[in-house]
Write a new protein. Sequence first.
Length: 183
Amino acid sequence: MEAQCYARENFFGWSVYDVFLENYLSHFPQQQVMVLYTDDLASQPLEVFRRVEDFLGVRHHQYDEVRSALIFNSRDCYNWKCGKQKEEVQPLTLDSIDNTTTATESQQQQQQPQSTTTGAGNGMALMSVENIGKSNNGNRNSAFTQATARLTAFYRPHMQRLFRWADRGIIAQPPAAWRTAYG
């Protein structure tokens, strides 16, 4: 019932993974449930493909390594026909969301190495964990910062439940950035 409540007309609900996984695990043995993370798919697509094939017990397909390394569904195009190389996809930063970054600042940010991320993984982040709360020239009271804090607080107990399951070997370990963000 809780899963139905989260799923209906609630865009937050689909990301409350623990409730949905609990439902699956109540109907299927743990050995028949595989949890994957888009961070891993983005950073190691062929390895993830192989793990899925092994889990399903099917023979390995011969994937085109160049095509499998492309990024699909980036900000500019949500379509299988417009895959991009990782270098072509610029990370979305908090400053770009705030639209306060000058062209020079934007170029400087793009030249800096990416740090621990949440979301897309492997440098293609929705936001950098270290930069949460540092938008608007350090204004920690910005609407974006406040919204991020509230969303983090909302998801924290659900994420911590996933961490406990991962630590007990019930599901795969989540990306390290998730533990950084949600404790």
